[in-house]
Design a protein around this ligand. Sequence first.
Ligand code: AKB
Length: 336
Amino acid sequence: MRKKVTLITGASGEVGTALVERLAAEGNRRILAMDVHPEPDNIKGMSTFLQADILDKNLFSRLVAEYEIETIYHLAALLSTRAEFTPETAHRVNVEGTMMLLQMAAEQSAWRGEPVLFMFPSSIAVYGLPDLDTKQRYSRVREWEWNYPTTMYGCNKLYGEMLGSYFNKNYRQLAAERPITLDFRSVRYPGLISAFTVPTGGTSDYASEMIHAAAQNKPYTCFVREGLTIPFMAMPDAVDSILDLANAPRENLRHQVYNVGAFSISAGDIRDLVVKAFPGTEVTFEPDLKRQNIAESWPIDVDDSAARRDWGWEPKFDAVRTFTEYLIPNIKKRYQ
Ligand code: AKB
């Protein structure tokens, strides 16, 4: 008898560790966590952990022989800055890895006679605003607007959304009898900020880097200009949003892919909140124009009215609450 599991890829990453912790605390499912990196200490013992590469073709045949995969949170990805240094590797991990998992999920769905739930975190990197005027004019973009990514990561995420929707709605559409296929759902995350981890490889990383540096009494040089504004979200809201969408009744969902927003903030405003929390903090701005251009192509904010209407999305943390109730107390404890 195969063991029923929820599979989490990219489990050692920022969202991955937070999600493993949350699902383990709920305690009502067996978690199979995997990552190419080792298991972080803070989630040890919470799952069956597999250090493995999602591009390993034999891995999935071994997995389905042992496990019945009910739900997949496919978090493994190379983020926007990292992907620009190794675009071919990014394409392999972000696209080919996703394709292999989707195929496996489709086969599992047909075999079980019940859809595998496939959760896919996407990103504001799927947007590409051509210039600052347009960015100002379309300050709250809707899901279908400005889907012209300028990065390999953004292209990969946009295609991942499309592939997932294809598997959900049209996979094997010409077969005499269309098999039961997967249930694909995706949230487009803004920049994420965690009190417990510092991201690597992203372009929105300056927010987290600034906060964690200040908490350690270290000066920070920000690689984007003070006025650059994009949407951000606190990690607990990021985990809530993907779980809320996973738990929403299928019949309420009019889309496969949803924007989720929390607050929109400039790098200068983040600096002000950081300085208020950690007086004496030294933050300077020395834009790296290439990285700044990437963040500049992302919208000021997202319109998440579809998520609010279809599955009741509502963030708990605005900018001030993110700092006062989530980041500052937890970060202070962490670096004490
Ligand atoms: C990145 O900066 O690449 C990510 C993202 C916005 O998806 N944090």
